[in-house]
Design a protein. Structure first.
Length: 74
């Protein structure tokens, strides 16, 4: 992991075996030992695999991104 140790309950639902990529400015990838994690800076949490796929494809329509851009919270 990065300099900060991350502890996650049920890590398998978060593990990605490819490097995630989203054009969303609030999307953050985290490289771990043997897998990747994806984090949403708006939600301030890691995303499960199903959410990562949606974030990669539909980031322009994400309600959390729209809220952050409108309010400037992230």
């Amino acid at each position: 992991m990065s300099s900060e140790e991350v502890r996650i309950a049920f890590p398998r639902i978060y593990e990605l075996h490819y490097k995630p990529n989203s054009n969303c400015e609030f999307f953050q990838e985290v490289e771990a030992t043997g897998f990747y994690l994806a984090k949403c800076k708006v939600l301030e949490r890691f995303l499960i695999r199903d959410f990562v796929a949606k974030c990669e494809r539909y980031w322009k329509d994400c309600p959390f991104r729209k809220m952050a851009l409108k309010t400037g919270i992230a």
